[in-house]
Design a protein around this ligand. Sequence first.
Ligand code: GYE
Length: 332
Amino acid sequence: MEELASSISADAGNTSGDLITVGFSQVGHESDWRTASTNSVKEAFSQENGFDLQFVDCDNDSEAQLESVRNFIQQQVDYIIIDPIVATGWDTVLTEAQDADIPVIVIDRTIDDSDKYTAWIGTETKNEGLAAGAWLKAYAEAKGIKDLNILVISGTTGSSAQIGRTEGFDQYVESEGWNKLDEQTGDFTQDGGQKVMESYCKSYEGQFNVVVCQNDNEAFGAVDAMKAAGVSYGVDGDVIVISFDACKAGLQMVLDGDINADFQCNPLQGPDCAKIVQELAAGQDVPAKTYMAEPWYAHDDTVKSVSYTNAAGEDVTEDMIVVDQSIVDAGY
Ligand code: GYE
């Protein structure tokens, strides 16, 4: 991809005045994470910073997303930013962008079936799933819990965030012989999380002691459904709750003990993305991949750190940070 970065001309397309025109095809508005991501990109690509940003909210519709990219190509924007709803189905439209000499920057989720983009900024979601599995293993050992009966509320099917978190966590399900009872999508929404959990509470009444929600908004819905069904959860309850994202409201629930552990995925990718576009505009080389830092959070220090072999094959040990009010206050 480094090669691609320099082979695509950086000064293609129109400019409005001296501004760099940028089209941003965003997933939608399904979660707190998404809102933070949108705000981060909008702030970084402000007019004061030298950009004219065209923003499209694709409302989680993959077809609409492809169309938004085609519209950007037609408008001859200078750069296109894509946060891909799903990981596949991209090569044709990215070829069209390349033919039009418009560099594409991918943020957050990955594109897995094409390399026709200049740079990617995001997180390794498989590591998030692996860290969650390593934490659960250590937590269950520390608490003397022998049987883990797990329900998963997954994210949008086919999104790299869903694929990575599932793959990482499932590695532990397999190696530890845990009982994964079910996995259904809540589409990364609170409503979706609540509906899936309502049905789980009926189908698996009294049979589960772990719920893994692939984002915080699903966890908010799942917790409401458990409360309504009279199921106790969190640090003092019967059901361990694991979540991902660690947005402010999620961290508050960790502090309150409703979520046991929350694995952050940092949405504040706007500044790094704007820097890459500025560097491309100046004819410089840019990194093909930029990884955001991702801390892991828990309610207490039962598990002080997690050790696992990450997606790159490295053995890592990472701290579990105990959430306090200042961490919640600083959250996104
Ligand atoms: O976890 C979820 C959002 O792609 C990493 O999308 C992102 C995910 C995030 O809707 O809250």
